[in-house]
Design a binder for this molecule. Structure first.
Ligand code: ADP
Length: 173
């Protein structure tokens, strides 16, 4: 399987890159962002300080420092505002921006958290189909891409992604 869904801790995953669900300051926060900074060590924050933040929907790459992953791709998901502020399109743009970094740096494996569905409040049953669709589109575009893992923190989140995957069966999975 090129697309794998697992339950676990993203900071433990060895991949060419893990994706951080960051906030626009890129200076750390709670949730998966805090966990990534704790595991990577202070060098990650030092590199992030040089980046000058990141607009919502875009993505920036740093090294992984003490993480098992070689790089971190920081993306800023939309804050859910009821669904009337183009949140779905913005979330899709996050995935596209991450895969643009994957392509630019020749990466072959990448692991994602569930972007925006924690503190940012995006309903996971609406986020998961967007993630599955964008990951499949990336496999179709990027021959270098060998493996994408989505690492879900809770069994309920894993089930939501499994539902999205089985609702839209396709190639490359
Ligand atoms: P956002 O601000 O984009 O909503 P959060 O970090 O609050 O980001 O939440 C995104 C998802 O990441 C949530 O489902 C949360 O449970 C999950 N999460 C938190 N810590 C980890 C971790 N160490 N590994 C994987 N997922 C995590």
């Amino acid at each position: 399987m090129k697309l794998e869904l697992i339950q676990g801790d993203l900071t433990k995953v060895a991949a060419d890159a893990i994706v951080n669900a960051a906030n626009s300051s890129l200076l750390g926060g709670g949730g998966v962002d805090g966990a990534i900074h704790r595991a990577a060590g202070p060098e990650l924050l030092a590199e992030c300080r040089l980046l000058g933040g990141c607009p919502t929907g875009q993505a920036k790459l740093t090294k992984g420092y003490r993480l098992p992953a070689r790089h971190v791709i920081h993306t800023v998901g939309p804050v859910w505002q009821g669904g009337t502020h183009s949140e779905e399109a913005t979330l899709a743009r996050c995935y596209k921006s991450v895969f643009a970094q994957v392509q630019a740096h020749g990466l072959r494996s990448v692991a994602f958290p569930s972007i925006s569905t924690g503190r940012f409040g995006f309903p996971i049953d609406r986020a998961a189909p967007i993630a599955v669709r964008e990951i499949r589109a990336a496999f179709a575009r990027l021959p270098q891409l060998e493996k994408v893992t989505v690492v879900l923190f809770s069994p309920w989140d894993l089930e939501a992604y499994q539902r999205a995957l089985s609702a839209a069966p396709g190639e490359n999975v």
